[in-house]
Design a binder for this molecule. Structure first.
Ligand code: NAG
Ligand code: NAG
Ligand code: NAG
Ligand code: NAG
Ligand code: NAG
Ligand code: NAG
Ligand code: NAG
Ligand code: NAG
Ligand code: NAG
Ligand code: NAG
Ligand code: NAG
Ligand code: NAG
Length: 482
């Protein structure tokens, strides 16, 4: 997208002044007449008419009177684009987007696209085209960005290798959802021999297989790698750590196995690492050097194990930490409480023990999932009452003890409070300022005693309330749905 914006900026600086060439204007009007679109939903096409110069129409960009950019994103176009379309006579086009339209899985990509030989940006994502990607696309050798993601497309003839063979200028390739179905040596070698400038590689949901071929290491400029939802059945290669500009690696649910290379965590430019749902992927967390840039670390449902190093506190930019359903042990390092950007913390379903750090400085926390571990501290109200963005606090299935602070019931944003299956004791006091946000309150299976406070019935947003298996002395053993 950044590449595209830069491109548009350049043309808006040099463009605009000259009026639209007559024939370009009539080609655009023919295009409009032949496209099927919903005029209630359209915001650009619907307004195109003779009364104004076509270079001033919404979605049209010109250079010296020639149409060089056409942005028909989200215009509810559902048909009327075939080989004879006047679109393919707009020969000066450099940038075209038909993203977010609805060709209803009943139209193929026309094979006349190769008439647009000057295209450097082509975006057909979420347009619901179907069928084979035509060979015409492989002739657009000036393409810098190609996004065909989320249609119903496949690549057999031409196959992936032939498609990208001559697209050597490409910096951004997004074929998410295109059925490529190629083994590792094939798709990796095709990429590395054809696309030396590639920065963004997005091949999620492509039915790719592994292993990842070492030729891929030649793509030095890779900055974003998305390979999620494939089936590699192979390890993550260590050479990913050599990509000097890597900012994002998303490989969730892609059947990676073996030991994950620790060096990847230490790539200085890395912002996002998503390894989730690679059930057979093993690994442990390394020491983190100071000033780490990582913002998202998602290892949910992997075979990662070992302890969390205290140096995780060096990752000052961390905002999403997903470590749920792994095999971690040991305590939650106190240093995590200094991660002030933290928004989402999930370490549920592990074997963590010891106490919960005081997160009261992490003001941005919205979600805290610590359930199903062996955590055993008292729950301190100041840990949570100052977190004014907190929406979910899930501490159930631990060994937590002490009183439940009533400040939680007047919390200004909390919606879900799950404290079931712990060892909380003492009485629940009556409280004032009952929250109207709290929807789920689960306190069952603890050692709570005394009367159930009537203030609970002033929690007007409450939808679920579980209080069972405690020692409350009201006659009813409440476990009810309101
Ligand atoms: C394609 O267009 C969609 C919708 O505007 C946008 O979200 C996406 O980032 C674009 N793809 C590229 C590679 O620019
Ligand atoms: C156009 O969109 C509007 C608003 O979504 C819808 O009510 C109408 O049925 C659509 N018209 C056609 C012809 O699909
Ligand atoms: C498309 O436009 C509709 C309104 O016409 C808007 O609600 C929707 O968010 C837009 N979708 C995208 C992806 O821009
Ligand atoms: C014709 O185009 C002008 C300028 O873009 C626009 O203001 C006007 O609403 C359009 N007329 C119709 C009937 O769409
Ligand atoms: C426009 O549509 C008409 C009728 O469907 C068709 O005969 C004609 O060839 C089309 N013209 C263009 C330029 O697409
Ligand atoms: C294609 O682009 C090149 C350089 O940007 C330009 O010289 C040439 O005139 C363009 N061709 C067309 C048909 O616009
Ligand atoms: C979309 O395709 C289905 C069949 O594949 C058809 O029944 C439906 O009418 C089509 N919708 C539009 C808007 O063309
Ligand atoms: C365009 O023409 C080719 C033959 O030249 C044909 O195979 C293809 O189906 C046509 N595509 C469309 C979208 O009409
Ligand atoms: C790529 O370019 C070579 C040399 O110009 C040519 O022989 C080949 O047919 C081209 N491949 C495609 C898919 O266009
Ligand atoms: C996915 O790829 C495998 C080969 O790895 C192939 O056997 C299978 O048919 C492909 N699936 C689809 C839906 O094409
Ligand atoms: C990394 O990015 C910088 C700045 O964008 C660029 O100058 C450098 O060439 C890139 N390195 C590689 C290996 O692509
Ligand atoms: C909370 O997030 C905002 C933006 O998302 C950020 O500007 C702010 O610094 C964060 N708060 C803290 C305490 O870090």
């Amino acid at each position: 997208m950044a590449i595209y914006s830069l491109f548009l900026m350049t043309i808006s600086v040099f463009g605009v002044s000259s009026p639209c060439f007559r024939n370009e204007q009539s080609l655009l009007l023919q295009l409009k007449n032949n496209l099927t679109f919903n005029s209630t939903m359209s915001t650009k096409l619907v307004k195109w008419n003779q009364s104004a110069d076509c270079c001033s129409w919404d979605g049209v960009t010109c250079n010296e009177g020639r149409v060089i950019g056409l942005d028909l994103t989200n215009e509810s176009i559902s048909g009327g684009l075939d080989n004879s379309s006047s679109l393919f006579s707009l020969q000066h086009l450099e940038s075209l987007s038909l993203a977010y339209n609805d060709f209803n899985y009943s139209h193929e990509i026309p094979s006349e696209f190769d008439k647009l030989a000057n295209l450097s940006y082509l975006n057909l994502s979420f347009a619901y085209f179907t069928g084979q990607i035509p060979i015409a696309i492989s002739r657009l050798t000036r393409l810098v960005t190609l996004d065909l993601s989320f249609n119903d497309l496949h690549l057999e003839n031409p196959n992936f290798k032939v498609l990208i063979q001559n697209l050597s200028e490409l910096m951004e390739l997004n074929l998410d959802g295109v059925l490529i179905s190629a083994p590792g040596n094939e798709w990796c070698r095709a990429l590395s021999s054809s696309l030396p400038n590639l920065r963004v590689l997005s091949l999620s949901y492509c039915n790719l297989s592994g292993p990842i071929d070492s030729s891929l290491r030649n793509l030095h400029s890779l900055s974003i790698i998305r390979l999620n939802d494939n089936d590699f059945s192979a390890p993550v290669p260590e050479f990913f750590a050599d990509f000097k500009n890597l900012t994002s690696l998303k490989v969730s649910y892609s059947g990676f196995d073996g030991k994950f290379p620790e060096k990847i965590f230490q790539i200085p430019t890395l912002l996002t690492l998503d390894l989730s749902s690679n059930f057979l992927l093993e690994g442990s967390l390394p020491e983190f050097p100071p000033n780490g840039s990582l913002q998202t670390m998602n290892l949910y449902r992997t075979g990662f194990s070992g302890t969390l190093p205290s140096s995780i506190g060096n990752l000052k930019m961390l905002s999403t930490v997903g470590l749920g359903s792994c095999n971690f042990i040991g305590s939650i390092p106190d240093s995590m409480a200094s991660l002030t950007q933290l928004k989402y913390l999930d370490i549920s379903n592990n074997k963590f023990s010891g106490s919960i750090p005081n997160f009261s400085m992490c003001k941005n926390l919205t979600t805290v999932r610590l359930y199903n571990n062996y955590l055993s501290s008292e729950i301190i109200s100041t840990q949570w009452e100052k977190l004014l963005n907190l929406e979910s606090l899930l501490l159930g299935d631990n060994l937590l003890n002490g009183n439940i602070p009533d400040s939680l019931f007047s919390h200004p944003s909390l919606q879900v409070l799950y404290l079931s299956n712990n060892q909380f004791s003492g009485q629940l006091k009556e409280f004032s300022n009952a929250s109207s946000f709290l929807e789920y309150l689960f306190l069952d299976n603890n050692h709570l005693e005394g009367p159930i406070p009537m203030s609970i019935f002033e929690l007007h947003g409450l939808r679920w309330l579980l209080l069972g298996s405690n020692k409350f002395n009201n006659s009813l053993n409440l476990s009810l749905v309101i």
